[in-house]
Design a protein around this ligand. Structure first.
Ligand code: FES
Length: 108
């Protein structure tokens, strides 16, 4: 915990991900799901911790991200699991926005 150390990678532009939208991007070879929650951008792993559904193909309602495969729900802001069948949280990554550019911390 504590200060974020490590690289941030430019992945997308804010204008391409309006509020309520999801987008799949690649960060250092890993698929990441970006979510615009009421104007703030968050990033979680694109792989559902249940059996790997692509979360960016799911739905976002407010901060609730629903997996398209078996409808597990996560808080897109924190990755916290809200409803099964997934039992584990989805990893979340730090996001930085500079102007129109979105940067995501490289997953460890
Ligand atoms: S793969 Fe996401 S809920 Fe099953």
């Amino acid at each position: 915990m504590g200060e974020i150390v490590g690289a941030f990678v430019k992945v997308a532009r804010v204008r391409d991900i309006p509020p309520g939208a999801l987008a799949r991007v690649e960060v250092a070879g890993q698929l990441v799901c970006l979510a615009n929650v009421d104007g703030a951008i968050y990033a979680v792993s694109d792989d559902c911790p249940h059996i790997g559904g692509a979360l960016s193909d799911g739905e976002l309602a407010g901060c609730v991200l629903t997996c398209p495969v078996h409808l597990a729900r996560f808080d897109a802001r924190t990755g916290k699991v809200l409803r099964g069948p997934a039992r584990d949280d989805v990893p979340s990554y730090a996001v930085r926005v500079e102007g129109d550019d979105i940067y995501v911390a490289v997953p460890e």
